[in-house]
Ligand binder design. Structure first.
Ligand SMILES: CSC[C@@H](O)[C@@H](O)C(=O)COP(=O)(O)O
Ligand SMILES: [Zn+2]
Length: 206
């Protein structure tokens, strides 16, 4: 799989699994193959041992273009397709289920999570001295298509200030123009989540 996006996606999945972000088949990763298609992890596959046969090629309408026998695209492919459609420079999307992302779901208000005004936000493209950045938080509908519809409606109005979004009590999705940028964005969002959780613990003094 030399320089095949699937190689990089499988390596990213092993990395995120090792961090505890993709346990029990949780999460899904994708990368554009060309303007009209993207590779995405097949549904239900263990993320610490992905191989070429664990990826499905889908088009912008979510139709399967190429799939190994017995493999279906991620159940959350519509979310990836929505992001690719709204964010032209997004070429890689990572969706993981970290504990911190889910704890931060409890801190969300009116569909927004206020990120801490940290220096780290510069890495998310926010140069302000005192940044006031809200991450969109989407309801975790049982029907994933509804999550994608909510995201489509939100992004039609305005894209998030930073390249990411939270699905309430589910997980976080981050994206970027390439694998390294998408990983940086995910790491920086997860850093902010860890900060928020630890700040809450300090505040309540447990
Ligand atoms: C461990 S169940 C997690 C799934 O329900 C879903 O949220 C997820 O992230 C993975 O779904 P998948 O269809 O395997 O891509
Ligand atoms: Zn998920």
């Amino acid at each position: 799989m030399q320089d095949d996006p699937r190689t990089h996606l499988a390596a990213a999945a092993r990395d995120f699994y090792a961090r505890g972000w993709m346990l029990g088949t949780a999460g899904n990763l994708s990368a554009r193959s060309d303007t009209d298609t993207f590779w995405i992890t097949a549904s239900g596959r263990p993320k610490d041992r992905l191989a070429a046969g664990d990826f499905v090629l889908v088009d912008r309408q979510g139709q399967v273009v190429q799939a190994p026998p017995g493999r279906q695209p991620s159940a959350e492919a519509a979310i990836h397709e929505t992001i690719y459609r709204h964010v032209p420079d997004a070429r890689v999307i990572f969706h993981v289920h970290s504990i911190e992302a889910n704890l931060c779901g409890h801190f969300a208000r009116q569909g927004r999570l206020r990120l801490p005004p940290l220096e780290m936000l510069k890495g998310l493209g926010v140069p302000d001295a005192e940044p006031q950045v809200d991450l969109p938080v989407f309801a975790n509908h049982l029907n994933v298509a509804r999550i994608a519809e909510d995201m489509d409606r939100e992004f039609t109005g305005a894209l998030p200030r930073v390249p990411g979004a939270l699905i309430h009590l589910h997980g976080v999705t981050a994206w970027g123009p390439d694998f390294l940028a998408a990983r940086h964005h995910l790491e920086l969002l997860e850093y902010c989540f860890r900060y928020l959780v630890q700040a809450k613990i300090l505040a309540i003094g447990v």
